[in-house]
Design a protein. Structure first.
Length: 237
């Protein structure tokens, strides 16, 4: 599967109007993007106020029906190649909801794995992201994918219900270095189901997996705690 994640950093004193973003900007931006690419899903990670040290205020994830559609979207966002008028329309609306100008992107192939059969990709979830910024060191994408595919977890009433792994395959602007190497996302029903100490200490099956990923990439990750919000594509302008 393929998706692009758009990151708005958690800038001190930065403003972000969530109501305007969800009800006005996303319908506009997704509507324009759908005229240029095959978008199948758009969801947003809203930083939890319970985690004030989150590195990002907002992470918007746009999913595509194929690698070609994701490439078309990247060309649209890259002002050097995209439709300048449409890019300008999206950009001119941004000051209406935020003064956070710096943004970064993850152009990635991703896999999704359910631990609980009754919990598909959808609905309300708490997401914990381990985000590895690009450092220039190489890593084996196949080995990362195999590690993620081998993860198992008895979801039961506690712990993660799903896992996602994004592996960078491109950049915006096109032809540049990626902003991120990989992103590992764990999905929970409730925040209290997340054992942060286990994950960051390298203990238990999830902690061990996180440690292995960090060793493959060669750096420590940023950690983001968010609430997942799904955007209804029928609302796109």
């Amino acid at each position: 599967m393929h998706r692009v994640s758009i990151f708005y950093p958690n800038v001190p004193d930065g403003t972000f109007d969530w109501d305007y973003y969800l009800h006005h900007h996303l319908p506009l931006a997704v509507g324009i993007a759908r005229r240029h690419s095959g978008i199948t899903l758009c969801d947003v990670d809203k930083a939890l106020s319970a985690a004030p040290d989150n590195p990002y205020r907002c992470i918007c994830m746009v999913h595509f029906d194929g690698a070609g559609s994701m490439s078309d979207f990247c060309d649209l966002i890259d002002a050097r190649k995209g439709n300048a008028g449409d890019v300008a329309t999206i950009g001119l609306d941004e000051p209406n909801f935020t003064d956070i100008r710096a943004r970064s992107y993850a152009v990635a192939d991703f896999t999704h794995k359910n631990f609980a059969v009754s919990t598909p990709l959808g609905g309300r979830m708490i997401r914990v992201k381990l985000i590895w910024p690009f450092t220039g060191s190489g890593h084996d994408s196949m080995e990362l994918s195999e590690l993620h595919g081998s993860l198992t977890w008895d979801a039961g009433d506690e712990g993660p219900v799903a896992s996602e792994l994004d592996i960078s395959v491109g950049s915006i602007p096109r032809g540049g270095l990626p902003d991120y190497s990989a992103i590992w996302t764990l999905c929970f029903r409730r925040l209290e189901d997340f054992d942060g100490n286990s994950l960051t200490s390298g203990e238990g099956p999830l902690g061990e997996a996180g440690k292995k990923i960090a060793n493959m990439i060669g750096s420590s990750p940023e950690v983001q705690l968010s609430e997942r919000i799904e955007f209804d594509l029928a609302r796109a302008c």
